[in-house]
Write a protein that binds this ligand. Structure first.
Ligand SMILES: Cc1ncc(COP(=O)(O)O)c(C=O)c1O
Length: 416
């Protein structure tokens, strides 16, 4: 069977997530995945096992400690393989917001007065405010503004902003409001002609398929593990060639021991070990659908990504079509997913109705969602949307079903 003919077995995927059987959550349509996803049993079991038998200080020679350390190292190595990085290019921190703040603090050392830093107004604030703070050390902050009609970041606009003084460009790989996937590979290539360091925020991208950071050639890339089926942690990738020259922000004696130099302290051990469960879950998905066991992890991930994208396209497009065709609805972003141009993160407002009221009505029908600005308040502002009431966001992922999509459409049809 060719890749195009294989369909995601969504029942199989769901069978791995205890939340779909849990008394409290089983009757809900969960569509707040862009806020934080459910976790598969593999992650829960790993966490439980670590807490039960290896919850000691890692890296000593006694068994419990040795295994604890091995699991933490293995978690990093597996994730490095999954995103095509080296293990000394991966840093695990409390969240993406923390990781980017810590990174901006380190990159301060590269900024001279008059250097320029480009931020967007499409991003979540986590990838804006740490870079705007570089103004304190003399950087000029330049904003790459979205097209206020369609919400898109246009490359032609960026090309007018980049110049030899541009030291940093921070942008999202996928907007958590507009849903569009920005062409990070092309943008990075253009920015590199000016020796600009590119920081990609993959928080809204990675849950729909792990990136290949070497193919993107981005200098730093971040995503939140709690949105990619894991515990509340953030992963930061940094190119070794840059990481190794950044100042040590950790204990003095750790000088030179990158990537540990970036973060002033280590990650949550048990949660780090539990992300092996994400890898295990992905492999189970692979083995359930594909025959060829010879592929390496990265190749397997690429096949899974394809499977997931096809399914997400299948379930999200009817909702996008419904919202697009309803004249009371202001759908934000593209109205169809085609060749991964967009994530199934669907935000909208409704004419003469508060988003808060609509979110409440959806919740009354057991559709788990909310209204908010989702910390992308600059994006909402640029689109002329009230940042307090915000948008309603239906964010799907691969374990959502077509039946759920149909119920969302029927419910919305009654409301709007
Ligand atoms: C696109 C995007 N970037 C960054 C963040 C911040 O992530 P964290 O909660 O891990 O700090 C979020 C969180 O919702 C997000 O959606």
């Amino acid at each position: 069977m060719t890749l195009e003919n294989i369909k995601l077995d969504v029942d199989y995927a769901r069978s791995k997530f205890p939340a779909f059987k849990d008394e409290l959550s089983k009757d809900w349509i969960f569509c707040e995945n862009a806020g934080g996803s459910y976790v598969p049993e593999n992650v829960i079991n790993r966490l439980n096992k670590f807490m039960t038998s290896t919850k000691v200080q890692p890296y000593a020679e006694y068994a419990m400690s040795k295994i604890a350390g091995e699991q933490m190292d293995s978690a990093i190595e597996l994730f490095a393989n999954m995103i095509n990085a080296q293990k000394n290019e991966i840093l695990i921190g409390g969240s993406t917001s923390i990781n980017l703040y810590v990174l901006s603090n380190a990159l301060k050392s590269l900024i001279k007065s008059g250097d320029e830093v480009i931020v967007t107004n499409q991003d979540h604030e986590a990838n804006i405010s740490p870079w705007r703070r570089l103004e304190e050390v003399g950087a000029k902050i330049v904003e790459w503004k979205i097209n206020s009609i369609n919400g898109e970041l246009e490359i032609e606009t960026l090309e007018k902003l980049l110049n030899k003084k541009t030291k940093i460009l921070a942008l999202t790989h996928c907007s958590n409001i507009v849903g569009s996937i920005n062409n990070l590979k092309k943008i990075t290539k253009i920015a590199h002609t000016f020796n600009t360091i590119v920081i990609g925020d993959g928080v809204s991208y990675a849950p729909h398929g792990f990136p290949d950071v070497k193919e993107l050639d981005v200098d730093f890339y971040t995503f939140s593990l709690y949105k990619t089926y894991g515990p509340h942690l953030g992963l930061l990738y940094g190119k070794e060639s840059i990481l190794k020259n950044l100042p040590n922000q950790n204990h003095e004696f750790l000088k030179g021991q990158y990537p540990y130099t970036l973060n002033p302290g280590g990650p949550n051990h048990e949660e780090l070990a539990s992300i092996i469960g994400i890898f295990e879950y992905m492999l189970e998905i692979y083995d359930h659908h594909f025959q060829n066991k010879e592929l390496n992890i990265l190749e397997k991930i690429k096949n899974i990504n394809y499977l997931i994208s096809k399914h997400e396209e299948f379930i999200a497009n009817p909702i996008l079509e419904f919202l697009h065709e309803n004249k009371n609805v202001n759908l934000i972003g593209k109205n169809i997913i085609k060749e991964k141009n967009r994530a199934p993160t669907i935000a909208f407002t409704v004419k003469d109705m508060q988003s808060e009221i609509i979110a409440k009505k959806l919740v009354e029908k057991n559709i788990a969602t909310r209204n908010d600005n989702f910390y992308a308040w600059r994006c909402l502002k640029a689109l002329g949307i009230n940042t307090d009431d915000g948008v309603i966001r239906i964010s799907l992922t691969h374990y959502n079903t077509i039946q759920e999509a149909e119920k969302i459409i029927n419910t919305l049809d009654q409301i709007v």
